[in-house]
Design a binder for this molecule. Structure first.
Ligand SMILES: Nc1nc2c(ncn2[C@@H]2O[C@H](COP(=O)(O)OP(=O)(O)OP(=O)(O)O)[C@@H](O)[C@H]2O)c(=O)[nH]1
Length: 215
């Protein structure tokens, strides 16, 4: 019989990450970190690798939430997703104009969606242990389709691209404009399930112990 795992805390405001965890058998509490992502990115400098930025932001979010008294005894997970495209680190678009310009540049090409993952184990057994990665499992190559100008304008007008890293989704409206992926799809949505399992194992936490046997 699996031991009772530490309660899971998602240090993210992302509705997609929460929905993904719930669909995967978890019922996390959500505590949003409120960290100043722009300040962290500025401190890393313009030449920082997108994977380094994503990991540093994931760390900042997870550790900020793990510092709250409310997370005593819990396992905290923080994430950050960035699209690496033609040498640029692209988060959410600044505005509709930026989203349109990005799609004009992205269509017919490919990019790498990297998601930094950072876990902090505040349980008694975990003693503040941490596990983090933005490696191979947390990098997915995205091959974009070729939406027409009109389709791009229609997509941006929905507002969806403004709310997501890289100005696209694979499971939402934007999926029509993503031809294929190479790598983990959940990583693109914002949290890689196989990587979460791996990082939990590094902390001695059993991923399946969160599942309700009654289903
Ligand atoms: N549903 C969906 N969401 C996506 C996809 N790609 C990126 N996102 C979302 O884009 C957002 C990336 O921004 P982040 O800064 O990592 O996270 P956030 O939403 O700002 O929330 P915090 O973790 O609180 O910063 C996340 O909410 C991701 O879930 C996708 O293909 N599908």
């Amino acid at each position: 019989m699996p031991t009772t795992p530490p309660p899971l805390v998602l240090a993210s405001a992302s509705p997609a990450r929460l929905a993904l965890l719930r669909a995967s058998g978890f019922d996390p509490r959500v505590l949003v970190s409120g960290v100043d992502e722009d300040a962290i990115e500025a401190a890393l400098g313009p030449d920082a690798a997108p994977s380094d930025v994503a990991l540093e932001l994931a760390r900042a979010k997870a550790q900020a939430v793990a510092a709250l008294p409310d997370t005593d005894g819990a396992l905290v997970v923080g994430c950050d997703s960035i699209l690496e495209f033609e040498g640029q680190a692209l988060g959410k678009p600044d505005d509709a104009e930026d989203a349109v310009a990005r799609w004009y540049a992205m269509r017919g090409k490919s990019g790498r969606l990297v998601t930094g993952h950072w876990l902090v184990d505040r349980s008694a057994a975990g003693a503040g242990g941490e596990a983090a990665e933005v490696g191979a499992v947390a990098t997915t190559v995205v091959h974009f389709g070729e939406p027409s100008d009109e389709e791009i304008l229609a997509y941006v007008a929905t507002g969806e691209p403004l709310r997501v890293a890289g100005a696209f989704t694979i499971d939402g409206l934007g999926g029509a404009f993503v031809d294929r992926l190479e790598g983990d799809h959940s990583n693109v949505i914002g949290l890689s399930k196989p990587l979460l399992r791996k990082l939990m194992a590094e902390l001695g936490v059993n991923y399946t112990a969160y599942w309700d046997p009654a289903g």
